[in-house]
Structures are given as structure tokens and as C-alpha cells.
Design a binder for this molecule. Structure first.
Ligand code: ADP
Ligand code: MG
Length: 663
């Protein structure tokens, strides 16, 4: 509809111009009259309606009102063609602006169309039937054929295949999936046949949360956006009042009232804040959409603006700078057999959410160990976990945990671990140590590059905070090029929170974590950033920015995008204010004709919108690289790891090494 009206306005203006330039006498007057009437009606009525609506509903004097007043003033002094030019260009630029902003806004909604309508559900008896995706329940099993889109978030039960997860993470490399791996709604199964058990309802799926978050983010106003709205309102009133004053002044300086009114109308248009008001949202909306397509969810323009001002980054180690998917590197069983020891350990860890627990469960599964019942379980953050099994109380954890239980680690058999630089998990029964295992976590292969990129873009301080032992922290930190005083080890969750405040010293700080044990620090920092947040509710909830992929370089890209956004906002404001000052000077002192003022004014607005729209194609999602982390992933991700899967995992590993050498 706006397009039809705008086109009508243009036609009206053209008719009026034909009359002005080519005709004479009565024909001229009539043609101009008809053309201008058309332009005034088609351009003025919608603007008038918007102006009244804003005035009535929100008690706001908006820019539409200024334009209507100027057009009426032009008509009153007989400058209808100028008035038609004004309404036509205004209508054109408004339509264009709406479309551009709509494009930025809708960039994410396209995701909705990627959610499949139907799915193939497998019944208990093994029959497969096609059902509507909306009818799927948590626990249902669906069969995914090659080329099919995943109908809901779930866990792979059977089969292997590669999935294109770019809709969620923005990464174009296929991600290998095996039994136990998580799959997300709206991603595409490229090959292989998978059986997937649904784990989340459609409303709670990662895509649904993503769409909801981005929609909320677009509605929430950034501080500078709020300011430009606030300022725009006061400024609009000032422009109206100023124009009336100018009318008086021109008249007082000896102009006839018609010229004075014409000049005042020109001044009104020249001073209108269209460009100023749109300059901020045009940039922010575009940036939010570009980021979302790259798998980076900002929870609003405020997070985007604050991130640009951040020059301190604090990182959690396990699961953030490292993959969190460690390997068991050594086992010492005191007394009992290694098998019995590991099975007890894994049975206790079966109740923990921690990355380390996952590693130990996986190791037990790989060895085909049977787990037994452990109850009354309690997790102690940054220390370990305690519970009871058939033989009485048991605990698993680090040195801190052993100290808490009063167990001594001063034993020759344990010495090997204490001198090393790997994470050690002890298993104990009250004060008696039953054994220990060491696990080595892998650095993400994107971490070092991301830290370097952050430093290159002006980040002054980088810190690593971990609950792990100092020796491990130093080893990982060194591999990342961190200085010893940038490494904080043996931190409890509350220590991290306190440190975030201390390091900041009033400057802006971002905390990057994975949501395991660090939700409080994520919340405490000026900007909390969660890594690998796809499928992790805690991380999505606690963070201001969620990186859905596991690619650490996205973090640096997001930081660059935020800085670029702020600099485009500045460019836009300078452009908008500069153009306005020029035009006002022209209108006040240099007899600038109304059509030129209109042209300058609308041109400035369009330019500002286009400049903001440049962010829509920000290369945040162009960091194409082999997804090595993600691949080694799925071997880890696995809550119900099956022993049989391990040989396949080795295969996956082999391809992993191959691809990573390309980088
Ligand atoms: P990070 O800060 O590196 O993410 P956490 O604070 O989550 O690490 O944990 C710190 C340390 O606490 C781990 O390195 C480990 O030694 C110990 N720990 C925590 N939970 C467990 C568990 N379930 N089993 C064994 N050790 C644990
Ligand atoms: Mg962690």
C-alpha cells in the first residue's frame, strides 16, 4: 500500500512539473492543480494520519507533522509545486526507510521458514509415519533422511551423519554427528540416516529461543537510540517554535508575509531531524541482524554499544578457552582394581554436569564399565561432588575437595600427578583416597587467534580465570601467550565474580564463559558473553551476548562489529547534524529554495539509512574454517555414550587431524 501511495505521489508531482514547464495559460494552472492535488492527497494523507496517531496515542510531535505544516505553508503562499516536491520526496524516503529497516528486522525471521512442517516419527513397534512437526512430543523418535531438516531439538540415538548447522551457528562447515550428539531444529541432515530422540518442545528449541531473543533485542532500545528518540522529540518542538519565531523575524525584517512564510517553511524542512532520528536505529538493527546470522545473539542494542566500549576481557578456562572435552591421560588406583576404581568414579560423576564428569563417564563407557547406583549426591562448585553408594559415602574432586574431606594427598603413588600440569580428579571415601586420574583438556584451536585479534583491536587487558589448579592454568595460559599475572587459578565461582569487579576498576569489562559454574560472573560483568550457547539454557539466560557456535574467533568478530556499529553511528550523526546545519544556514541566510532544502534533507536521511545498512553485510559470519572443535565435540557431548562408538570416534579423530592441518 505505501508503495502505491508513493507512486501516486510521484505521478502527481510529474503532472505538476509537466504543467509548470511545458504548458501555459489555463491548461498550465489546471494541470498543476490536478498534479499537486494528487501529490498532496497521496503523500499528505498518510503522513497526516501518522502525525495524528503519534500525537493522539503517544503525545509525540513527530516529523510527519513538521512536513505537513511545511507543505500546508507552501500551499498557502501558492507554492504548490514546491509543496508537491516536498511531499513526494518525503513519501519516497519514508517508504524506502521502512523497507530498509524491515529488511534488517526480518533478516532473522527467515529462520522461521526453515523449520520443517512435517517429520517422520517412529513408533515403538518400528513403524514410521509422517506427522506434523507441531504434533511431536518430547521423547518421540524421528527418522531423519538425507536432505531432511531437523524438526525439533534432540539427541542422536542411532546412525551417523554430517549436519549443516549454519542456520544456528552461522558456520558453513558440516558438523559430524554420532549417537549421543545434539541436533538442533532447522538444521539440515546432509547425509546418513539418523534416528533422533526429541528433547525439547518446539517453543523451547534453540531456534525458537533465538528468534525470540533477536525480536526482543530489536524492541529493546539502546541508550543512544533512546537518546536520539528523546532528543528528537524535544528538537521537533524546538523546530516548530523556531520556525514561528523565524516567520516573525523575516516579516519584521521587511519581507512580505508570503515570502516570510515560504522562508519559514523552508527553514522548518531544513531543520527537521529525520536523519538524526533514524541514524542510530538504522545502524543498530542492521548490526543485530548481521550478528544473529553469524550465530552471535546480542540481547539488545545496549549490549552492542557496551561491548564496543569494553577493553578488558576475562575468560573462563574450561569449556571456554579449552574445548572442555578432555581425555583421560593417567589412572592410579590405590588398593582396588583399576576397573572397579574407574567404575566407582564414573558412577559418582554420572550425577555431575561438569565437563570433567563428562570425560570420566565417557572413559567408563569406552571401557565398557558398568555403573552402579549413587544417591544423596551434592555438587560442590569448583571442588567436586559427594554422594553415597552401597559401600558408604564417596566423593570425587580436586585438591580443594580432598582438603575439605580431610584426606591427605601426601602419598608416593599420587606424586606423579602432583608434579604434572594436568587436571587431577581424586576419588575418596571420607579421609581415604581410593585413587586418582589425570585428564588433559584441549585448547580450542581458535582461542589463540581470537585473543590476538582482540589485542589487535585495542583490548588492553586479557585475563584467564579458572577453578583448576595453578599448574594447569599456567600451561594453558602460556600456550595462549598470557603473562603469569593475567592468569588466575584455583578460583571459586564467587572469586571470579569479585575479580571481575576488581580488574575492571571502573572500566568496561566483558566476561566470557560457558555457563558451567560461571553464570554469576557472566551476570556481574558489563557484558557477559556465553560460548557455545546452542542448547545451553543457563548460558543463554545469563549472558548479554551468546555465541551459538564454538568458534572463538566469532568473539573477536563480534567485538569488531560492535566497534564498527558505534563508529557508523558516529558517522551518521555527524552526517545528519552537518547536513542539517548546512541546510539551516542556507535557509536562514541564503534564500535556499524549498525544493533544494527538501532534496538535501531527504537525501541526508537516505544516506544515513544506507550507511547503517552496510552493517547488514558485516563479515561476522565469514570466518570460514574447518570445524575441528565441533567435530571432536560430538565424541564428547555424549551423555549416554556407548562403548561401541569408540572405534568410530577414532575415525572422526583421523579426519579431524586432516582438516586441521589445512588451517
Ligand atoms: P573452570 O573455572 O576452569 O571452568 P570450575 O570452576 O568449573 O572450572 O572447576 C574447577 C575445578 O574443580 C576443576 O578443574 C576440577 O578440578 C574441580 N571439579 C569441579 N567439579 C568437579 C567434578 N564434578 N568432578 C571432579 N572435579 C571437579
Ligand atoms: Mg567453565
Amino acid at each position: 500500500m505505501p508503495v502505491v501511495l508513493t507512486s501516486t505521489t510521484v505521478v502527481g508531482l510529474l503532472i505538476a512539473l509537466v504543467g509548470t514547464w511545458l504548458l501555459s495559460g489555463d491548461a498550465r494552472v489546471n494541470t498543476i492543480g490536478i498534479g499537486a492535488a494528487l501529490a498532496y492527497l497521496a503523500g499528505g494523507v498518510p503522513a497526516g494520519r501518522r502525525a495524528l496517531k503519534a500525537l493522539w496515542n503517544e503525545h509525540i510531535l513527530d516529523i510527519d507533522l513538521l512536513m505537513i505544516v511545511a507543505a500546508i505553508a507552501a500551499a498557502v503562499v501558492g507554492a504548490v509545486v514546491e509543496g508537491a516536491v516536498l511531499l513526494t520526496l518525503f513519501s519516497l524516503s519514508t517508504t524506502m526507510e521502512e523497507r530498509a529497516m524491515g529488511r534488517a528486522r526480518r533478516a532473522i525471521e527467515a529462520l522461521m521458514e526453515l523449520r520443517p512442517e512435517t517429520a517422520f516419527r517412529k513408533s515403538v513397534e518400528g513403524a514410521v509415519e509422517e506427522v506434523l512437526a507441531a504434533q511431536l512430543d518430547v521423547g518421540d523418535i524421528v527418522v531423519l533422511r538425507p536432505g531432511a531438516r531437523v524438526p525439533a531439538d534432540g539427541t542422536v540415538l542411532r546412525g551417523r551423519g554430517a549436519l549443516d548447522e549454519s542456520t544456528i551457528t552461522g558456520e558453513s562447515m558440516p558438523v559430524g554427528k554420532e549417537p549421543g550428539g545434539k541436533v538442533f531444529e532447522a538444521t539440515v541432515n546432509l547425509d546418513g540416516v539418523l534416528e533422533v530422540q526429541i528433547t525439547k518442545s518446539l517453543e523451547q528449541s534453540t531456534v525458537a529461543r533465538m528468534i525470540a531473543l533477536v525480536t526482543e533485542a530489536q524492541a529493546a532500545k539502546a541508550p543512544s537510540e533512546r537518546f536520539s528518540a528523546w532528543f528528537g522529540q524535544r528538537y521537533t518542538i524546538a523546530v516548530l517554535v523556531g520556525s514561528v519565531v523565524a516567520l516573525g523575524a523575516f516579516y519584521g525584517l521587511g519581507r512580505d508575509w508570503e515570502t516570510a512564510l515560504y522562508r519559514a517553511a523552508t527553514l522548518l524542512v531544513a531543520a527537521s531531524p529525520c536523519a538524526i532520528v533514524i541514524s542510530v536505529p538504522a545502524a543498530i538493527l542492521s548490526a543485530l541482524s548481521a550478528a544473529a546470522r553469524g550465530g552471535v545473539l546480542f540481547k539488545g542494542g545496549a549490549a552492542l554499544e557496551t561491548l564496543a566500549a569494553v577493553d578488558i576481557f576475562a575468560f573462563d578456562k574450561t569449556g571456554t578457552l579449552t574445548t572442555g572435552r578432555a581425555e583421560v591421560t593417567g589412572v592410579v588406583a590405590l588398593g582396588n582394581s583399576e576397573t572397579a576404581f574407574l567404575s566407582t568414579l564414573a558412577s559418582v560423576e554420572a550425577h555431575s554436569e561438569h565437563h570433567i564428569a563428562e570425560t570420566l563417564r565417557r572413559e567408563a563407557a569406552r571401557r565398557g564399565l558398568v555403573l552402579h547406583d549413587v544417591h544423596d549426591v551434592k555438587a560442590i562448585p569448583s571442588a567436586g561432588i559427594i554422594g553415597r553408594n552401597a559401600d558408604g559415602p564417596v566423593w570425587a574432586g580436586n585438591r580443594r575437595m580432598a582438603d575439605m574431606m580431610g584426606a591427605s594427598l601426601d602419598q608416593d603413588a599420587l606424586r606423579v600427578f602432583q608434579d604434572g600440569a594436568e587436571t587431577v580428579v581424586y576419588l575418596g571415601r571420607e579421609t581415604r583416597i581410593l585413587g586418582a586420574v589425570s585428564v588433559a583438556d584441549k585448547l580450542r584451536d581458535t582461542s589463540a587467534g581470537a585473543l590476538a585479534a582482540l589485542r589487535a583491536s585495542g583490548v588492553k587487558t586479557i585475563a584467564m580465570m579458572t577453578g583448576d589448579r595453578r599448574a594447569v592454568a599456567l600451561r594453558i595460559g602460556r600456550a595462549l601467550g598470557l603473562k603469569p599475572d593475567e592468569i588466575y587459578a584455583e578460583m571459586l565461582p564467587q572469586d571470579k565474580v569479585r575479580l571481575v569487579g576488581e580488574i575492571a576498576e571502573g572500566r568496561k569489562i566483558a566476561f566470557v564463559g560457558d555457563g558451567v559454574n560461571d553464570a554469576a560472573a557472566l551476570a556481574r560483568a558489563d557484558v557477559g558473553i556465553a560460548m557455545g550457547a546452542a542448547g545451553s539454557e543457563v548460558a543463554l539466560q545469563a549472558a548479554d551476548v551468546a555465541l551459538l557456535s564454538e568458534d572463538m574467533e566469532r568473539l573477536a568478530a563480534a567485538h569488531r562489529l560492535s566497534k564498527r556499529t558505534v563508529s557508523i553511528i558516529h558517522q551518521n550523526l555527524i552526517l545528519a547534524i552537518g547536513a542539517m546545519l548546512l541546510l539551516v544556514t542556507g535557509a536562514a541566510f541564503l534564500e535556499l529554495p524549498l525544493p533544494l532544502a527538501v532534496l538535501g534533507h531527504e537525501g541526508g536521511t537516505v544516506l544515513v539509512v544506507l550507511n547503517g545498512l552496510r552493517l547488514l553485510s558485516d563479515p561476522i559470519c565469514n570466518t570460514r574454517r574447518p570445524v575441528t572443535d565441533r567435530e571432536s565435540v560430538e565424541q564428547g557431548h555424549d551423555d549416554k555414550a556407548q562403548a561401541g562408538a569408540s572405534s568410530q570416534l577414532r575415525n572422526a579423530d583421523a579426519t579431524t587431524t586432516k582438516t586441521s592441518t589445512i588451517t
